[in-house]
Design a protein around this ligand. Structure first.
Ligand SMILES: C[S@@+](CC[C@H](N)C(=O)[O-])C[C@H]1O[C@@H](n2cnc3c(N)ncnc32)[C@H](O)[C@@H]1O
Length: 278
């Protein structure tokens, strides 16, 4: 079972479900279009709340609950963990018989590439994707493969819990492996990444000039904005972010949607807007 992360877990699910409902209303008016729901980090179907010792239904089941004005034509759930995959499959077989739902045990990166191929070959399909990792699991080159396709792509970006933790204050101490991870995640060179988040100045000291390098203040929001700009190199539009904070008010994630469709952009901003701005 997946762990509950607080009110924002609930809010994130509501955003995706509200968006999916509005999306299906629009798609229902274009009767030649077939719809695919792709969930890259599907989970077990339930989310456990350790504090309350109870579990709530996860996003996958809530999306499968939508029948009005119509369900999705295909559901594709990707889950790497065997136990979670089996649990989700069992729940779907028991509760959603007759829906065209597939649960696969795989890495999301591989399946994003497969989805891109599917959409290139099946031009009638439009996809709504939900990418909900805990950490920096989605590689930039997986996202680049989606260029030019009919996908509305919701992604949880681990700005505070991922990227910011690797960008430590003292630039000299960042391990090489961490820089490699950042390069893979952002699709930028380490020089570009460091230039974006650190600034140097030369100060005159008693023993000559000394160069001081400092990490930017408000780096986390800068990471959110950088990721948005990166998505704009693949998609035409990117929504505003739903910013998720922990109990001490530190930013953990930015949740945003990328699309090639302007109506979809407006819809995304509408579902993020009034209720979820923290
Ligand atoms: C945040 S949980 C998903 C919660 C789910 N989206 C929901 O709302 O109910 C993340 C899930 O991703 C799975 N996972 C981790 N790495 C993965 C990968 N590379 N590809 C696919 N799934 C992965 C984990 O086993 C875990 O179940």
């Amino acid at each position: 079972m997946n762990q509950f992360g607080g009110n924002w877990t609930q809010a994130k699910m509501e955003i995706v479900v509200d968006y999916a409902k509005a999306y299906l209303v629009i798609m229902n008016k274009q009767n030649w279009v077939k719809t695919l729901y792709f969930d890259g980090f599907a989970g077990s179907g339930l989310i456990g709340d350790a504090e309350k010792e109870e579990s709530i239904r996860g996003t996958a089941l809530r999306i499968l609950d939508i029948n009005e004005p119509k369900p999705f034509d295909i559901y594709y759930f990707v889950e790497k963990d065997e136990k979670n995959k089996n649990a989700l499959e069992k729940r779907i077989n028991a509760q959603y018989f007759g829906k065209n739902a597939h649960v696969v045990r795989a890495d999301c990166n591989k399946k994003l590439a497969d989805m891109a191929d599917f959409l290139k070959k099946n031009k009638k399909y439009r996809a709504l994707a939900f990418i909900d990792p805990y950490g920096m699991t989605v590689n930039w080159d997986s996202i680049e493969k989606l260029k030019g396709l009919g996908i509305d792509f919701w992604i949880l970006v681990p700005t505070g819990v991922g990227v910011n933790r690797l960008l430590i204050r003292n630039i000299e101490n960042i391990p090489k492996g961490w820089l490699g991870k950042l390069e893979k995640f952002l699709g930028l060179s380490k020089e570009e990444i460091l230039a974006h988040f650190y600034s140097s100045k030369t100060v005159n000291t008693l023993f000559g000039d000394e160069t001081l390098t400092n990490k930017e203040e408000s780096a986390i929001n800068k990471i959110g904005e950088l990721y948005r700009q990166r998505l704009k190199t693949v998609f035409n539009f990117v929504s505003e972010s739903f910013v998720m904070r922990n109990s001490t008010n530190s930013i953990m994630y930015h949740f945003m949607m990328a699309t090639n469709n302007e109506t979809a952009l407006k819809l995304a901003n509408d579902v993020i807007k009034p209720k979820y701005r923290l």
